[in-house]
Design a protein around this ligand. Structure first.
Ligand code: ATP
Ligand code: MG
Length: 204
């Protein structure tokens, strides 16, 4: 098909970790995708339970993590739109940019359950194929999926979450090998996820 087969991986990516990257890579392999576009979400209007890191930090970590893969790229559509991100807006904007492409929206078991519970989700399914990936700790069976609209695939299980990565940094525990090396260094450089920011040059 002209325009190719394009995966879309949305997320807060605070920070991006190897669970995201493996999921995208595996779906690309299974569905013969030409590329996968990572789309960091916009900033929520109000704080919910926690403060989300600034969009530019999440955008740059996503760029760093995907830079070495020629099929991966990062879109700013949700960040530049601002405010909380709705999947319908993400898909509408990317559809406009890529009118010829066949779109595949990739989402983990937990996020999928939320998206497909929307009342007007038929509109979503008209814009893209939905691919749900397995995620340790979540059961796709609980999602009550409409028949035949979502492909469910098993991806190598990585029990990694951004929440755990943030907690680790805050506790002074390592995130090496959970997130790409460049992301470890970026977190350190910007002092992300620390209640008490470390002084430059301080050790420990
Ligand atoms: P947080 O803990 O802050 O919610 P997260 O690890 O869930 O972060 P998100 O940015 O919320 O990461 O997730 C983006 C997408 O990636 C979602 O569709 C989510 O289900 C999926 N995802 C995240 N981690 C994994 C994983 N380890 N395996 C498979 N899918 C994942
Ligand atoms: Mg999440």
């Amino acid at each position: 098909m002209a325009g190719g087969r394009v995966g879309i991986m949305g997320g807060t990516f605070d920070p991006i970790h190897h669970g995201h990257l493996v999921a995208a890579s595996e779906v690309a392999g299974l569905f013969g995708l030409d590329e996968v576009i990572f789309v960091p979400t916009g900033q929520p209007w109000q704080k919910s339970d926690r403060e989300v890191s600034p969009p530019e930090d999440r955008y740059l970590m996503t760029v760093i993590a995907t830079a070495s893969n020629p099929r991966f790229s990062v879109s700013r559509v949700d960040i530049d739109r601002g405010g909380p991100t709705y999947t319908i807006d993400t898909l509408t904007d990317l559809r406009q940019q890529r009118p010829e492409a066949e779109l595949f929206f990739i989402t983990g078991a937990d996020a999928l359950a939320q998206i497909v519970s929307w009342r007007d989700n038929q509109q979503l399914f008209d814009l893209a194929h939905f691919v749900g990936v397995t995620r340790p700790g979540f059961h796709l069976a609980d999602a009550h999926l409409p028949e035949g609209v979502v492909s469910l695939v098993e991806v190598p299980a990585l029990a990694i979450s951004s929440t755990d990565c943030r907690d680790r940094v805050d506790r002074g525990m390592p995130v090496w090998y959970l997130v790409p090396d460049g992301v470890v260094q970026y977190i350190e450089k910007r002092g992300l996820y620390r209640e008490v920011p470390r002084r430059v040059g301080a050790d420990g």
